[in-house]
Design a protein around this ligand. Sequence first.
Ligand SMILES: Cc1cc2nc3c(=O)[nH]c(=O)nc-3n(C[C@H](O)[C@H](O)[C@H](O)COP(=O)(O)OP(=O)(O)OC[C@H]3O[C@@H](n4cnc5c(N)ncnc54)[C@H](O)[C@@H]3O)c2cc1C
Length: 438
Amino acid sequence: MTTTSERDTGSEKSNGSRSERTTCVVVGGGPAGMVLGLLLARAGVHVTVLEKHADFLRDFRGDTVHPTTLDLLDDLGLFERFDALPHSKLSRARVQDSDGREVTLVDLTRLPLRHPYIAMVPQWDFLDLLAEAGRAEPTFDLRMRHEVTGVVRDGDRVVGVDVESPDGPIRLLADLVVACDGRWSLVRRETGLPKREFPVGFDVWWFRIPTRRDLAESLLPRFNDGEVAIAIPREGYLQVAYLGRKGSDAALRARGIEDFRARIARLLPQAADDVAGIASMDDVKVLDVRVDRLSRWHAPGVLCIGDAAHAMSPVGGVGINLAVQDAVATARLLAGPLQRAGSDGPVREADLRRVRRRRLLPTVVVQGVQRVMHAALIDRVLDGDVTGPPAAAVAAWRRVPALSAIPALLIGVGPRPERIPAWARRASSARGRRLVRR
Ligand SMILES: Cc1cc2nc3c(=O)[nH]c(=O)nc-3n(C[C@H](O)[C@H](O)[C@H](O)COP(=O)(O)OP(=O)(O)OC[C@H]3O[C@@H](n4cnc5c(N)ncnc54)[C@H](O)[C@@H]3O)c2cc1C
């Protein structure tokens, strides 16, 4: 952290860095940061998004785009371009009952949704699409290979960030800094916002199994003797999540790839002939599963959203959706104060507080359901106490298939879905053409 007694402006130099000014700095170009950057730019706010990587092409870190996010893309006029990206669609999640019959636990097609499916799109394609839409706005400035190294303060107020860029250090001053830098957020660490952490007993190992097999378009959770795997059919491969006890990564790797392939073949017999496609343990990435949330999401001059405010468990695959929804709410609540920031002084804490007030309920509800799922199912399966979801629940879902709409609502829509503000809406090119013809 650095302090500045005077608010630098324009191109003044401080601490050897070039100094610049913008209205809003967004730290991190993940789903939260890119959506927030695009929306604020559509409100005419000067926004600079800083992303430390050179591109969005990174390891798998969740590729799920939920029905509510698809609706938002529609309203942003981006759905057609999104739909043209290579992707697969998931409408249902099934398990096997004790007699080996498939029972649908989650069915999105039962809901009256514009897009009743989860689109499985590589996250980099989704982020590239948002970046391209942002570049069409004159006040949008996305800078790749710009790593934030600290926050700049004026007294107790955050007034900007220090950045390491390919052209050397920059001090970027702003009326507001929004931390969208994920679960290991440097900004939230430097700001010292109080955090509540919930214990999690498992980690997740992600990997691909290349396959030409035509596997059903559905999530396939499999449970076997203290182990769990979830396989998501994709174009030409299965994306697999293997769940194991927290802290067992070293032991799993020490047992080697042959042992790992054998475990996966037992768990996913339909992919047993393809497990040789997992080339080595280097292709198996561990996710240190965390569930936490900040007790306060803001301090003077700074706000945290997305994983920076609340790291999510992968259960339900809702982290991206929640981060996007946070960004929409933030843009709606803060675009006005940011438009007035120059003349009215800095964004008031009361405005920043409204973001947490709006987004706390969905965060608490989703994390609550995830923690119940951890305790009631995942921990018990990993301990070997049970071999899958409670038989009575599976039987009830088989007898009353309409029950599959309940988890579908929670996962696909979630509590308190956000709407794109009118000023950010655009007609997609086809819809626009239809409107013109009418
Ligand atoms: C292996 C894995 C699998 C997952 N699977 C799913 C899933 O299936 N579905 C789902 O919904 N969620 C999933 N998640 C969670 C999901 O990725 C997150 O909840 C979601 O991406 C949060 O979005 P975000 O924008 O808040 O943060 P992130 O996506 O973490 O984005 C943060 C961005 O900030 C950048 N950054 C960090 N520090 C700095 C810095 N100092 N300066 C500049 N830039 C910085 C990072 O490079 C990154 O681009 C998964 C996560 C992991 C790791």
